[in-house]
Design a protein around this ligand. Structure first.
Ligand code: FES
Length: 58
């Protein structure tokens, strides 16, 4: 499912970034994938996915 339409980023890409690349903040996700770097509408949803993934990943 697309989370960020502007950058065409899916929830799976965010999860992979956390699990495989070790990202643990929105800043890192934003730098790597460009999430929330344009209109910003996806910010809350992306953050939610990041937090869920971090919790499940520990
Ligand atoms: S939908 Fe992510 S920046 Fe616009």
């Amino acid at each position: 499912m697309y989370v960020c339409i502007c950058k065409g980023v899916t929830d799976q890409q965010i999860r992979d970034e956390v699990c495989k690349e070790g990202a643990c903040s929105m800043r890192e996700i934003c730098l790597k994938l460009g999430v929330a770097s344009q209109c910003g509408k996806c910010g809350n949803h992306a953050k939610q996915i990041l937090q869920e993934t971090l919790e499940n990943h520990q």
